[in-house]
Design a protein around this ligand. Structure first.
Ligand code: HEC
Length: 144
């Protein structure tokens, strides 16, 4: 290989995306993994609906969707899930639920779009930080 190619490849490997997944694994059994992934898809669906509700001024919808992702959402968690999480995972998860509860309260009482958008930005910091730090390590058998 020509030296210039080696250098180009080296530069690409230094600047490109990480080749190894360096996120910290959270080991979960199948029921726990299902619950977490289901809740995650619920978060995304709620964010979509909340944005649509904000654009059309549908505050009833905004508040209902936000409350649905609040603290009460975690009450149906399968046994042992809390203990499977690290303290930081629990903290970001809890901040996400609390953020949605606050959004619901303020949506009902203030109906202020720019406040709601700011709250969504803060909520989504938790999504980003946690996704950058952790991955699920599944104990389910890999599909063949
Ligand atoms: C406390 C940690 C944490 C928070 C907060 C968090 N997530 Fe996740 N999320 C995860 C982990 C871990 C995975 C699995 C990633 C993996 O294994 O590659 C995941 C996966 C997902 C998935 C994929 C679900 C599937 O079916 O596989 C979606 C969608 C998602 N998250 C959306 C969100 C959104 C939107 C938010 C914020 C409102 C959010 N998450 C907040 C930890 C978190």
């Amino acid at each position: 290989m020509k030296p210039v190619m080696v250098l180009t490849l080296l530069a690409l490997s230094l600047s490109g995306p990480a080749l190894a997944d360096e996120r910290e694994p959270i080991p979960l059994n199948p029921a726990q993994e299902h619950f977490v992934r289901d809740e995650m898809r619920g978060f995304l669906a709620a964010l979509q609906g909340i944005h649509a509700g904000l654009s059309s001024g549908d505050w009833v919808r905004v508040a209902a969707l936000a409350r649905g992702m609040g603290k009460a959402a975690g009450e149906t968690a399968p046994p042992g899930l809390g203990e499977a999480f690290t303290p930081r995972f629990r903290e970001w998860g809890s901040a996400t639920h609390t953020g949605f509860d606050q959004l619901a309260l303020d949506a009902e009482s203030m109906q202020d779009v720019s406040l709601a958008l700011g709250q969504l930005g803060e909520i989504m910091k938790n999504c980003m930080q946690c996704h950058a730090t952790y991955r699920i390590e599944s104990s389910a058998r890999p599909a063949r």
